[in-house]
Design a protein. Structure first.
Length: 152
């Protein structure tokens, strides 16, 4: 898939659930993924799409050991998650807990992955973007793995 096709998919679907890794690629300007995730977040900033993630995303990002030596980034990342108008960081409700437990039972997902997917689905996301290949076990047209999209 080309970046232009990726952009068309995102605009068509309008509401996108995002796993934590996509934010890490954005913040760290990962050379392989940055062109793709910067397009995703640009579409959010420009109001063309809405991005949803779980409260677990900032937990995963803010707990990175390298932030011990980069405390200024902690504040920047917190500000981003609290203030990005196109981003909805969802709390873990009881409905999300129930669906996450079901996903863990039935699909054998890890707890953070189950929470991310349940959050996206219950918060109105039409697609879920990740780069976690554990999601390959779920056969769904709504789950997109970034590596697979880039290599197709």
């Amino acid at each position: 898939m080309e970046i232009k096709q990726f952009e068309k998919l995102l605009i068509k679907e309008k509401v996108c659930g995002c796993d934590a890794m996509l934010f890490i690629y954005l913040f760290e300007k990962n050379p392989r993924y940055y062109p793709w995730v910067s397009k995703l977040f640009y579409l959010g900033e420009s109001g063309k799409i809405k991005i949803i993630t779980s409260r677990i995303t900032p937990i995963e990002i803010l707990s990175a050991p390298k932030l011990i030596t980069q405390p200024e980034k902690i504040y920047l990342y917190q500000e981003y998650f609290e203030n990005a108008s196109y981003l909805s960081v969802e709390d873990v409700s009881w409905d999300i807990v129930d669906m996450s437990a079901q996903l863990r039972r039935e699909m054998k997902l890890r707890t953070p992955d189950a929470i991310q997917l349940a959050t996206a689905q219950l918060s109105g996301a039409n697609i879920f973007l990740t780069n976690d290949h554990h999601f390959n076990i779920i056969k769904s047209q709504q789950i997109y793995i970034l590596d697979d999209m880039m290599d197709s």
